[in-house]
Ligand binder design. Structure first.
Ligand code: HEM
Length: 468
């Protein structure tokens, strides 16, 4: 691994980068068209820190774990989210922890953290299993060897949406499930489009696409509001005490006092719902593909699951005994980080990193897609090798693996996501063998807010004979 001298710089210099003719127009077009390809190409050609002028934007790409740490952790106080992201997502979520900054963020973060502590998340495990079970049970007729070709995006989205709904509200979406899933996908796609343009015209205007956005937002608001209203009407002794909504309603800020206002409560429910279901769905989809494409590793993971849970459903206590399964999920998150393009920040002042200066107002971009593909951290990075994440493997360079981000704004739901994905993966493997169809090509990754296969991914799920 290249050693960067991160101590006091002797000369303050702008990082290296490509020529930027036409005010950098070709770079702006290239990154908007193909973020994944562009960021890897810049890393290959210019190295660990790259400076590019794109019209009015000074862009700084960080491509080495120690540089990412130096900026995202050591200089976290000098960074905010990109204004455009705040604008786009705040319209959908309202005043959510994800888009707040400064003291507002600290307060919301303090109020939310207890609901996502590892101990609390372990308590959600039963709700997660209850949500996934009916969906996984009915995929294929219940006889050994029976099989079906399954659309994995539809399956994983339905499962993770039901999981998030049950853990938030202790209820499912009933007959609204498909509509809400489509609305959530539509909101993600609209957000992705809006992020690539400098401004959005008001949603109330009669323009193409606005009606679909209004419909999706209205539906989503109604669903969240109806669940909150139903809880408020319940007698206290009948209301669930163990779900995320119960935690949010009970949350008190020990430092500043106060609790979540009604608007804040709705916004946190919305952001948890939207941030929590699509990322985990895409991660599980990629994991399922990798299991289908690597039957040997899938057999090892399955044997581990059968040895630990046998014929029952997995529970929170089992997770520590499933290190190989967990390693397959971490390796899937390495190869296909769902939030491959969401880590952008605005520098509020000049930031010095070793011999370089990131100028004030620069847009800093960190891409797990680039970091996770670096042979210095992950030898033969293109190879699926869960052993990298086994407890006895040599330690990885610090922050080289960062699917959940880094620094104070790291994903609040990371324990939740790992618990959910491991439970669902164990439930899937226990029931089914996952197989690709003959001649099925490797899916191509495409960034559409989250990282997803460019074409619909279908896998054959074949029911296993009950373990002896
Ligand atoms: C595989 C699944 C997931 C991945 C890969 C993922 C990834 C991320 C990343 C990279 C960030 C940081 C973005 C940044 O720094 O700009 C983030 C933030 C966040 N995530 Fe996740 N996430 C996942 C699942 C979840 C789940 C299940 C929840 C909730 C139940 C959740 C809730 C949030 C929230 C609320 C934030 C904002 C935190 C803040 O700004 O303080 N995520 N996530």
């Amino acid at each position: 691994m290249t050693q960067h001298n991160l101590s006091a710089p002797e000369v303050v210099r702008r990082p290296p980068g490509p020529p930027c003719p036409w005010f950098g127009a070709p770079h702006m077009q290239a990154i908007s068209r193909d973020f994944l390809g562009y960021t890897r190409q810049m890393h290959r050609e210019y190295g660990d820190i790259v400076f590019v002028q794109m019209y009015w934007e000074k862009v700084c790409l960080l491509n080495a774990p120690e540089l990412v740490r130096a900026v995202m952790v050591d200089n976290a106080a000098s960074l905010i989210r990109q204004e455009r992201a705040i604008e786009v997502f705040s319209r959908v979520h309202g005043p959510s922890v994800m888009m707040a900054e400064g003291e507002d963020w600290q307060r919301l973060h303090r109020l939310l953290m207890p609901a996502f502590s590892p101990r609390r998340v372990a308590g959600y495990a039963r709700l997660m299993v209850d949500a996934a079970k009916p969906l996984l049970d009915r995929l294929v007729p219940d006889e050994a060897g029976a099989s079906a070709l399954i659309d994995m995006d539809e399956l994983t989205s339905r499962v993770t949406m039901d999981v998030i709904c049950r853990t938030l509200f202790s209820r499912d979406l009933g007959d609204k499930a498909r509509e809400v899933m489509e609305a959530s996908h539509a909101l993600n796609e609209i957000a992705m489009q809006e992020l690539t343009v400098p401004m959005t015209l008001p949603d109330t205007w009669p323009l193409p696409g606005k009606a679909a956005k209004r419909h999706a937002m209205r539906l989503f608001d109604e669903v969240i509001d109806s669940h909150i209203a139903a809880r408020r009407q319940m007698p206290a002794d009948q209301a669930p005490q163990e779900d995320v909504l119960a935690m949010l309603l009970a949350a008190r800020d020990e430092e500043g006092g106060g609790r979540l206002s009604e608007a804040e409560l709705r916004a946190q429910c919305k952001v948890i719902f939207l941030a929590g279901f699509d990322t985990s769905a895409k991660a599980l989809q990629w994991w399922a593909w990798l299991m289908a494409a690597h039957p040997q590793q899938a057999a090892l993971a399955c044997a581990e699951v059968q040895g630990v849970v046998g014929q029952r459903e997995p529970q929170a206590d089992d997770l520590a005994q499933l290190p190989y399964l967990s390693a397959t999920i971490k390796e899937a998150l390495r190869l296909y980080p769902p939030a491959a393009g969401l880590l952008t920040r605005r520098a509020l002042k000049d930031i010095e990193v070793g011999e370089w200066t990131i100028p004030r107002r620069s847009l800093v971009i960190v891409s797990p897609w680039v970091l996770h593909n670096d042979a210095r951290s992950f030898p033969q990075p293109e190879v699926f090798r869960p052993e990298r994440f086994m407890p006895d493997a040599p330690p990885l360079p610090r922050s080289a693996w960062m699917p959940f981000g880094l620094g104070p704004r790291v994903c609040i739901g990371q324990h939740f996501a790992m618990t959910e994905m491991t439970l669902v993966a164990a439930m899937l493997l226990r029931r089914y063998e996952l197989a690709r169809e003959p001649g099925q090509p490797e899916p191509v990754a495409q960034l559409n807010l989250t990282l997803r296969p460019a074409q619909t991914l279908r896998l054959r799920l074949r029911r296993r004979a009950p373990a002896p």
